[in-house]
Design a protein around this ligand. Structure first.
Ligand code: BG6
Length: 490
């Protein structure tokens, strides 16, 4: 398996930060375990004010904490630690890149993966300093973490600064949802199954729900989150990416650009929401205190470090329309929030009723066919169909029944790989199809900026919802106005 993976240097900026320690290094450890890292690959961990002993000490602790004990082996751990070199660099001080330059020079033609796990405001400076110090070679790639900017303008700025030193083919913009197995499976499900291929349009589908609900609150990230809010944090990236994968036309092939071209078409077709539609097509909420797993949790304004007059939203639901033949008249209801009743990411595709109905009209209200794609947890697919109820006395009485596919049961999988394992592997291989192209990010921002501007003009506070609920009651109205209800209320 390692044969086609060449040796490379992976350089993490912000190596002692939460993302690198909690996600990236544990993900690489899993690749080590799976023998997917070349024996000569090195991991260079760059951070301010650090040294090898301090850095390795912290990394050992993090690996013990974040890698499941049953997957930890001393032999693999020691082989993995051997690859890691900590270097102290002040990101905005050119001279301090010298030790990095020296260590990179020792293998000048190796592929280099620069992973910026820092604030996006540093992406330009780091790129310029790497370039100036001669740390970039023709084989260099750069991985950019979200959020890339806070608006179209700022994202444009960051992309342009990085773009001075890296060609688009060298840039890997992360949306970790694209690394989730079940999200990738959307492509297989849609384009490998004729059953869905022919039915996937406004002739057969009435509406689609995309929900990404979390039980967690803001997890001590007040400083970041309060500036961002749920629209920027979750919709601009994860939900719009899911929408693209559900709504896009079949790509010409599986190449990165063919897939991304189709996604861009979806983003361009997003209908802007007019000011007079804001009241009934968009709901903003903010959690108040409530109960999660029977434990009382504080409201958003009571979280540590909170500005008690914040109007930042922790919940959004939006009725989205796409201007395309395939989706004319088919609303996509997007919903995402913190401190919700369940942790659940799922897509529910509701099919239209049969045009010619021969059964008892009283049974017409029985639900139509639904395809439920469960992204996390309990990854799987269910197709809700109608069958005849069993029993002599039932006559032609219909009843709903699901055809279920649970990935863990069907494929005997005991562990779903973390999204970052897949994404790091693809960067090492130089495959860009799970990464977001610049025009995708910018079209997504354009649409979100328009919404943010409307909110700013309206200047009305978000609607309160108790932690542990499904958001403000108005979110139910979003569907009720169309004579529908959210899947969990059916
Ligand atoms: C991140 C957001 O991108 O995604 C977080 O910044 C959010 O606020 C997280 O909690 C959710 O990811 P997952 O993989 O746990 O669904």
């Amino acid at each position: 398996m390692t044969a086609h993976l060449s040796a490379c240097d992976i350089i993490f900026f912000g190596a002692l930060g939460d993302l690198t320690q909690r996600k990236l290094l544990p993900a690489l450890y899993q690749l080590e375990r799976a023998k997917l890292i070349h024996k000569d690959t090195r991991i260079l961990c760059v951070a301010r004010n650090t040294d090898q002993d301090k850095g390795i000490g912290q990394t050992r602790q993090s690996l013990t904490k974040y890698v499941n004990e049953s997957l930890m082996s001393t032999e693999i751990l020691e082989a993995f630690i051997e690859r890691i070199h900590f270097l102290s660099v002040n990101f905005d001080e050119l001279d301090s890149y010298q030790p990095l330059k020296e260590i990179l020079d020792a293998s000048s033609n190796k592929e280099r993966v620069f992973y910026y796990a820092t604030s996006a405001s540093l992406y330009g400076t780091i790129s310029a300093n790497l370039n100036e110090q001669g740390c970039l070679n023709a084989q260099s790639r750069v991985v950019l973490e979200k959020p890339i900017g806070f608006s179209l303008e700022t994202s444009h700025q960051v992309n342009s600064e990085v773009g001075k030193y890296f060609d688009e083919s060298q840039i890997y913009r992360i949306d970790h949802y694209l690394g989730k197995e079940t999200v990738q499976n959307l492509i297989a499900l849609r384009f490998a199954n004729n059953l869905f291929g022919t039915q996937w349009n406004q002739n057969h589908i009435s509406h689609v729900e995309i929900t990404v609900a979390e039980k967690v609150g803001i997890e001590g990230r007040w400083g970041y989150f309060d500036k961002a809010g749920q629209l920027r944090d979750m919709v601009q990236n994860h939900l719009l990416q899911l929408l693209c994968l559900v709504a896009m036309d079949p790509p010409a092939d599986l190449s990165a650009d063919s897939i991304r071209d189709e996604k861009v078409k979806v983003l361009k077709s997003l209908r802007p929401i007019k000011s007079e539609e804001m009241g009934h097509h968009v709901v903003r909420g903010q959690y108040t205190s409530g109960y999660i797993n029977d434990q009382r949790v504080p409201g958003y304004l009571e979280e540590e470090g909170a500005n008690t007059s914040s109007q930042t939203e922790t919940f959004v639901s939006i009725r989205v329309e796409l201007g395309s033949w395939r989706w004319a008249g088919v609303p996509f209801y997007l919903r995402t929030g913190k401190r919700m009743a369940e942790k659940s990411s799922q897509i529910v595709v509701h099919f239209k009723q049969q045009p010619h109905y021969i059964f008892d009209p009283e049974q017409r209200q029985l639900a139509n066919n639904k395809l439920i794609i469960k992204l996390q947890p309990d990854e799987g697919i269910a197709l809700h169909i109608l069958t005849k109820d069993q029993g002599l006395e039932k006559g032609m009485q219909l009843r709903k029944a699901p055809l279920q596919l649970s990935f863990s049961q069907a494929f005997g999988i005991d562990r779903v790989p973390d999204a970052y394992e897949r994404l790091l592997l693809e960067v090492i291989k130089g495959q860009q199809y799970l990464f977001v192209r610049r025009d995708e990010i910018e079209h997504a921002w354009k649409w979100c900026d328009a919404l943010l501007n409307q909110w700013q003009k309206q200047n009305s506070p978000p609607l309160p919802y108790p932690a542990g609920s499904w958001g403000p009651a108005n979110s139910d109205l979003l569907l009720a106005n169309d004579g529908r209800v959210w899947y969990e209320n059916q």
